[in-house]
Ligand binder design. Structure first.
Ligand code: MN
Length: 451
């Protein structure tokens, strides 16, 4: 999708944001809000190196701009003022924005120095939303991230506008190139995890700090570490790696994709055939879960259904020696599938607004507890892993006989499986069914399996 096609919906996005901000300001008792984009941060107090800027999500909701010191002043009845620091810095300057489509929608003010913004803070009751409380203090603003206002602004991010959905679609397309390239490289079998990570950055044309989250590139047993980012430098030995779990995304105008694929090489032995069956089983159940998305359904019910599905797969493959129902009720599935089924996706990989309510105590890591509604965008990412730290209590506990430990031990070197798509809820059709738009499958049809 071209940037031009995406940004044709930007004017409506900004007009909607203005109306929503005016309402949120009125309800929380403020006349204006300064939305700060962020300032460069030192990597350590003891050296002179700085982290690349991660612009705040509230700011990027309006403007896809990653410039230190940029800020937006929003108030009722006025076009927002965009403050940008134009001081000449011959040591460093920010990347130019990917697109200038936002410029005409704001009153732009060029600042010779970041703190010159103080002169543009309006009178009345003003809130500051951003990371830098010290800047708010210098600008004479006392209300820093007032909880009521921040909660109202976070709630706006639950539903994605046409512009945002376009960005998320394009972010998926960009990531798909990287996934396709790494799938090929995995089956060729010559690259280290680090080399795959670097190849992903090259193919998707992203610098490491620009990715939505640190790529997870895990061969074999490393996939049992859910966020494996300590890439091995060693190239695979004879026979190559058996499995690759790749969890990697891309961004478009600040919006993230979040995609996981798991690939397995046929080792010609019985265990690799079982593992391949598990990968194909997770792929099939992930697709059933996508098809089960329904407007009005609590996302947690879909997460519960994922446990039923994982229980059935464990039972059918003989990893557990009990029924699917017993595998779920006894907590066994939680040792094999310890994370949540998915999360809201947007300006943050784990976007805000869908986890306002706490999950049930047996779903501690579920990040989406909202009721499914049209215009939400979330991930669906069931997994199945062989994680020693989680399996040991099961092995040593009273229910140990329900698991085929010899098979578990044989499968452990394969690490684990996760298959993750990003979906937009389109809404209920006339017949009552819910349509989704699977942004990931549109550009990466296969979720996992063998070559
Ligand atoms: Mn995810």
């Amino acid at each position: 999708m071209s940037i031009e096609a995406i940004t044709k919906d930007y004017a409506a996005h900004v007009e909607g944001l203005q109306r929503s901000y005016e309402k949120a300001l009125a309800e929380s008792g403020f006349d204006a809000v300064v939305v700060h984009g962020g300032a460069a941060r030192r990597r350590s107090d003891f050296d002179d190196q700085w982290w690349p800027l991660r612009a705040t999500p509230h700011f990027q909701h309006w403007v896809a701009l990653r410039e230190p010191g940029a800020a937006l002043v929003v108030r009722a009845g006025r076009r927002p003022t965009l403050l940008r620091v134009t001081a000449v810095d011959y040591w460093e300057h920010a990347n130019a924005p990917e697109s200038e489509h936002f410029v005409e929608h704001f009153e732009q003010v060029a600042l010779a120095a970041a703190d010159d913004a103080k002169a543009h803070v309006p009178g009345g009751r003003v809130a500051f939303v951003g990371d830098e409380a010290a800047i708010a203090a210098r600008w004479g603003i006392e209300a820093v991230n007032p909880p009521g206002l921040v909660a109202a602004l976070d709630a706006l991010r639950v539903y994605k506008t046409a512009y945002e959905q376009g960005c998320l679609r394009e972010a998926n397309r960009r990531a798909a190139h990287g996934h396709s390239a790494l799938r090929r490289a995995f089956f060729e079998g010559a690259s280290s995890e680090l080399e795959l990570h670097l190849a992903y950055l090259a193919v998707t044309q992203q610098d490491d700090p620009e990715t939505p989250y640190k790529n997870i590139v895990a061969y074999d047993g490393n996939a049992a570490t859910l966020h494996h980012v300590a890439y091995a430098r060693r190239r695979p030995g004879e026979g190559g790696p058996r499995t690759l779990l790749l969890d990697a995304g891309a961004t478009c105008l600040g919006y993230c994709s979040d995609i996981t694929r798991t690939w397995v090489r046929d080792g010609g032995d019985a265990t690799s055939a079982v593992f391949r069956g598990l990968v194909e089983g997770v792929e099939a159940l992930q697709q059933r879960l996508c098809a089960a998305v329904a407007v009005g359904m609590p996302y947690e019910a879909l997460h519960d259904r994922a446990h039923d599905e994982v229980g059935a797969l464990l039972s059918a493959t003989g990893v557990v020696r009990c029924s699917a129902e017993e595998a779920v009720s006894s907590g066994i599935t939680r040792a094999f599938f310890p994370h949540g089924l998915g999360h809201s996706l947007g300006l943050q990989c784990h976007d805000v607004g869908c986890a306002v309510v706490k999950p049930r105590a047996d779903n501690p890591f579920l990040r989406n507890t909202s009721v499914i509604e049209a215009a939400q965008v979330f991930t669906i990412e069931p997994g199945l892993y062989f994680i020693d730290a989680l399996l040991r209590p099961l092995r040593e506990g009273g229910g140990s006989g329900r698991v085929d430990w010899a098979l578990v031990d044989a499968l452990a070197p394969f690490g684990g499986i996760r298959i993750e798509d990003d979906v937009v809820v389109r809404g209920a059709t006339g017949g009552g069914a819910t349509e989704i738009d699977n942004l990931t499958r549109a550009v990466l049809p296969e979720g996992g399996g063998a070559a």
